[in-house]
Every structure is written in C-alpha cells, then in structure tokens.
Design a protein around this ligand. Structure first.
Ligand code: SF4
Length: 494
C-alpha cells in the first residue's frame, strides 16, 4: 500500500503516520510529498490556532473527518500531532473497515497513560472519556486498563511513592540454543565456558560496586529480576556464587519484596539448580512452555520437549517453588485456535501462579522475520479469537490481568498480558511497565532506566548486548551508572 498524505510540511509527522499505517497494512509507505504511484491520497488541512485538523481521503470511496479541540498551547505540536493521528486513523478505519481497538495509541505502555491522568487528579470518568474520544480507544480496552491499574495499586499500594528506592535487573546472556523469534541478547552457551567465566567476573564486579553505592546512600531495593537469555543456563555452582555475591553486596536484602529468576528453558533446570534457588530464597521462577505442541517447539528452535516442561514444572513444585510463572505465545507458526485450546488444556493441569500470554510479534532482527515466508501464521481474525479464548479461560480459572504491554509488529495489533492468581502478581513486572522508579540494569544486554525522584524525567543507559563487548567494558558501564545515580540521589549533609 502506498499512501500520499498531503498538507503536512513537518517531517515529524512521518513516524506517527508510519506506525499507524502499519496497523492496517503489512507493507505500507506513507509519503508526505506526492507520489504518482500512490493507491490513495489523504488531504490534511490544519488550522494551528484552533488545533483543528480536517482530513479527506481521495481514491475509491471518499471520506472526510475532523478533530477540533482546545488543547494546552504549551504542548502545541504534540496536540497537533494527536489531531493529525486521530484524523488519519479515522480515515483508514473507514477505508479498510478495520477498527483499531487501541485507537491512535502505538506506544508500548497504555496503562502508563491512564496512571498519569489519574495521578494528575483527573476523575476516572473524565480520564475514560478522554481515552475514548481523543485517542479512539475501544471501551473494552479501557476496561482492561482500568482493571489492571486497580490491581496494581492493590498489590503495590505505594506504587506512586517508590521513587527513592530502585529495582534491579540482571541480564545473563546465555541459552541452550537460540529460538527463531528471539531478539534478546541470548547466545548458545555450549562451548563458551571461557566467555561465561569472564562475563560472570564482570557481573560480580558490577553487583559489588553498585551495591556499595546503594548502601552508602541508604537506597533500598524493591525488587530484583534475573532475565536474559536464560539465567539458569549457567551451572548450579555459578548460580550459588552469584546469589551469594548479591546477598553480600546489596543493602537490606531482607527488605527486598521479590526476587525472580527466569528459568525459561526447561532444559536448563536441574535438581541442583532448584536447590540453589531454594537456598537463596528466590521467590519466583518462570518456566516457559510457549506451546504444548512438539512440532511448534521444533519449528521455532526450542530444543526441549513438551514432556520436559511438565516434568520440570513438577520437579520445581516438589522442591518448594510455590510461585511459578509460565509464558505462552499466541499465533506461533502453524498454530490456530485448536492448538491454542490444547495449550490451555495442558496449562489447566499445572495451574501455575501466573501466566504471561504474549501475542507473537515479528521483530526485525529475529530469524523468523528475516525468513518470514518459511513461517505460516494465523490471520488477524483467528489471532483475535485466540486472545478472546485466553481472556475467557484466565477469567474462568481465577487469574486476573495485572500488567500489559504492546509491541510493534504484533499480530493483530493486540497486546501481551500478565495474569496472576490472587496475591501472586509479579511486582517487578508492574514496576518495569509503569516506570515509577529507577530500574538498574546489570549484566549483558541490560538497560537501566533512571527515573528522577522529583521530576520523573527518564534517562536511559544500556550495557553492551554481546558478552565480548560487555567483558571489555564492564568497568565503564558500572561507573557510568554510578555517576548518573549520584546526580539523582546526591549525598545529603546533616
Ligand atoms: S529461551 Fe528465551 S532468551 Fe533464550 S533464545 Fe529462546 S526466547 Fe531467546
């Protein structure tokens, strides 16, 4: 599809229009200057003084619509951009007959927007009205957002007051093999012991120095999360030493509300590693089936069996793990409603404490996206039916949604939702989504997000993604982070 959008001289309109057009058409080009080969042309008329945008679509049936609202003049370009997006979306909805339930929102954190409105003192009714009328969000999605926010405030009542604490993310960049849809920093571990040794040396260093800084400034830690890669890819002994380092370096470990270790690949779980997790009071682990179809696992490069997922789940249970999360993916290659139903039936036999239901997304760097023709996936309608099935199934099994995020190129423009049984919600997942406090990323591929305790302004800093660069630069990454922390949490004089 090739679309001319005429009447917009500012190139800052390009990106939002590109993102919106991709919700409707897989391959789409938006031209702000006339292209003779365009399939349709949209004319936009902007009256900047009134924040009035009138748009009409020429080609095939013709439609026109407008956005007209008094907006804060201080946020002028932002307001005009919203108005243009609104008009563009409405015209494409008319043209294609497809209704986008997330309206003009293309960002990954819809709930953050609602939190922001409520925190500013806006009433629920006014916030809902704005989301519906200005952002064109469907009421079903607004209800979902509200549900999630209520839940979050119930499990973290001080969510809006955690700016003076931090959470920690620790990235371990190894996996047994690389999955086809994966863009995480994940390197096959076999044959890399030299690299693992150097990586862990650097990670211990980061933990020690960052921990010392937090202790010195009296900054407590709310949650700790080990992700990657697969943090249980390293040996039981290496895990033991790493957690020992964490306990000896970080301040007030007894006050940490939650420690999660992803054990995503069942083929990495052993009784010895479970003993180590138990020894260091790890609260929560994740064992990820993704699907209960052997053929699918093979197709996406997960070299473990369905049976292994089930056996390792039971083993973890028997060895004392009482908060286990499982990740599922809707729309994996070759899977439709029947296959997903089977996955839910298998999930019912295990009843993990929490369940994260992802919708497949084609991330640019993944093997799957680069060889898209090899992977046949369900169409928009079937993906939506699977999502509805997940919603009904979770609700009838007493799971409630507690966090959500969206991704680009996600099938059917849907979302990823975390569900949990009562009292088993992952606090870290809420904190990372809602950006209410600083999250320090240590290790490979870990990014830090510094949230200014007073202004809420966000600064990012990323460690290297590959172990080699990390091993060369871990000292630099450590001290750069400490420098930023020093500006956010200065030494107080008494
Ligand atoms: S197990 Fe997870 S992190 Fe590892 S390759 Fe697969 S998707 Fe990526």
């Amino acid at each position: 599809m090739n679309i001319n959008v005429l009447g917009l001289s500012d190139e800052r309109f390009q990106r939002p229009l590109d993102l919106l057009s991709q919700l409707f058409f897989e391959e789409c080009k938006v031209n702000l200057f006339e292209d003779q080969n365009a399939n349709i042309t949209i004319n936009m008329n902007i009256d900047e003084t009134k924040c009035l945008v009138i748009g009409s679509l020429v080609g095939g049936d013709e439609f026109s619509t407008h956005y007209d609202k008094n907006e804060d003049p201080k946020l002028h370009f932002k307001a005009i951009k919203k108005a243009v997006s609104y008009v563009f979306l409405k015209l494409l909805q008319e043209y294609t007959g497809i209704q986008q339930k997330w309206g003009i929102l293309t960002g990954i954190r819809p709930t953050k927007l609602l939190h922001k409105k409520l925190k500013s003192g806006m009433s629920r009714e006014a916030a809902f009205k704005e989301l519906q009328e200005d952002y064109l969000i469907h009421e079903e999605k607004i209800a979902l957002m509200q549900n999630i926010i209520d839940r979050q405030l119930q499990v973290i009542p001080d969510l809006y007051n955690l700016q003076n604490e931090v959470s920690i993310y620790i990235g371990i960049p190894y996996c047994p093999t690389k999955c086809a849809y994966c863009t995480f920093p994940a390197y096959a571990i076999n044959g890399r012991q030299g690299s693992v040794d150097s990586f862990l040396y650097g990670l211990h260093y980061e933990i020690e120095y960052v921990g010392a800084f937090l202790k010195e400034r009296g900054i407590n830690i709310t949650t700790i999360y080990y992700g990657g890669g697969t943090p249980t890819s390293i040996t039981a002994e290496e895990m033991d030493l790493l957690y020992e380092k964490m306990y000896s370096s970080f301040p007030n470990m007894k006050n940490v509300r939650e420690i999660t270790v992803e054990a995503g690949r069942p083929d990495t779980i052993t009784p010895e590693k479970l003993e180590v997790l138990e020894k260091w009071n790890i609260d929560r682990i994740s064992i990820n089936p993704q699907s209960y179809h052997q053929q699918t696992l093979k197709a996406i490069g997960r070299h473990h069996t369905v049976e292994e997922t089930i056996t390792k789940f039971h083993l973890a249970r028997e060895m004392g793990m009482n908060n286990i999360n499982m990740d599922l993916i809707i729309g994996l290659p070759g899977e439709g409603l029947n296959e997903f139903q089977h996955t839910l039936n298998e999930t019912e036999k295990l009843m993990p404490e929490s369940l994260t239901v992802h919708t497949l997304s084609f991330k640019r760097a993944s093997e799957m996206t680069q060889n898209k023709q090899k992977y046949k996936v369900a169409d928009r309608k079937e993906v939506e039916q699977m999502m509805n099935e997940a919603t009904e199934w979770t609700s009838s099994h007493k799971y409630h949604p507690y966090y959500l995020y969206r991704q680009k190129n996600i099938l059917g423009n849907l979302e990823n939702i975390g569900y949990a049984l009562d009292g088993q919600d992952s606090l870290y997942n809420i904190l990372i989504m809602e950006e209410e406090q600083t999250i320090l990323g240590l290790g490979c591929g870990a990014s830090s997000k510094f949230v200014h305790p007073q202004t809420g302004q966000i600064t990012r800093f990323a460690n290297a993604k590959d172990p080699k660069s990390y091993n060369d630069g871990y000292e630099h990454y450590t001290h750069e982070k400490i420098k930023i922390l020093d500006t956010l949490f200065p030494m107080t004089t008494s």
